[in-house]
Design a protein around this ligand. Structure first.
Ligand code: NAP
Length: 250
């Protein structure tokens, strides 16, 4: 830990090695946070850290598997101890294992629930202790419009993302009195690795249903997270903000 890191708000971002998480981490660093970057592969995280530092920001890297609940809780504890604070938690990492519900394996159900939902609960529980000590906290859970309106072929993913919404409202009620907010940012279709393999005709069909006639980009989500996690967003809690170009207007 550097001395600068200790005076800055410390933000943890999971899934920070690429896509939406990388954009969120980069944006929070640009806004003056010390960002702790988490994903499984260390190499890509080091690239993100280097890019943040080139631009004058500060970051550190922790390679961890968020699906291992016990180990991940310790990772969050250790980060809070090492920095003496943990102000912002962005539970962004997520996976898909799509398939029709009637053919979905228990493994595909369980791994998505563990990675996309249980990890967020574990991280919040671990981070909240430090946030309560610091009398400040901003928790942002990255869900999906699938969790709001459902999606055929995504029973596991939609259930996990809907679970994040209920989790966030409950945490908002439990911790609001401690100056800790908890909100959901629910992206629609964003151009990342996760959506790269969608056939062009599906992307065109989705775009036609949107008020804003383009897929989202990662900076659309990062900008929303930057506000929701800012000091000035202290009266915003328990909300689900769908950043989807008007697809659902949830
Ligand atoms: P992505 O490009 O696939 O990136 C996923 C990130 O999560 C990577 O950094 C990955 O790194 C990390 N990750 C995955 N499993 C992990 C695990 N078990 N432990 C630790 N890190 C793990 O995904 P994305 O499109 O940016 O999506 C980010 C979030 O937005 C997800 O929660 C997703 O559900 C949500 N979302 C995305 C879209 C979209 O259109 N892209 C729409 C709605 C919601 P490693 O593989 O190295 O671990």
């Amino acid at each position: 830990m550097t001395e600068a890191a200790n005076t800055k708000r410390v933000a943890v971002v999971t899934g920070a090695s690429r896509g939406i998480g990388r954009a969120i981490a980069t944006r929070l660093a640009r806004d003056g946070r010390h960002v702790v970057l988490i994903a499984r592969s260390e190499g890509p995280l080091n690239d993100v850290k280097a890019q943040i530092e080139i631009n004058g920001g500060s970051a550190s890297v922790v390679a961890a598997d968020i699906a291992d609940a016990t180990a991940f809780a310790k990772v969050i504890d250790d980060i809070a101890t090492a920095h003496g604070r943990l102000d912002i938690l962005v539970n962004n990492a997520g996976i898909t294992r799509d398939g029709l519900a009637l053919r979905m394996s228990d493994d595909d159900w369980n791994v998505v629930i563990q990675t996309n939902l249980t990890s967020a609960f574990v991280a919040i529980r671990a981070a909240a202790r430090s946030m309560m000590r610091g009398k400040f906290g901003r928790i942002v859970n990255i869900a999906s419009t699938s969790g709001v309106v459902g999606n055929a072929g995504q029973a596991n993913y939609a259930a996990a993302k809907a679970g994040l919404i209920g989790l966030s409202k409950s945490i908002a009620k439990e911790l609001g009195g401690k100056n800790i907010t908890c909100n959901v940012v629910a992206p629609g279709f964003i151009e990342t690795d996760m959506t790269a393999n969608l056939p062009a005709e599906i992307k065109e069909g989705i775009t036609k249903l949107m008020a804003i006639k383009r897929l989202g980009n990662v900076d659309d989500i990062a900008a929303t997270v930057a506000y929701v996690s800012s000091d000035e967003a202290g009266f915003l809690t328990g909300q689900t903000i769908c950043v989807d170009g008007g697809l659902t207007m949830c």
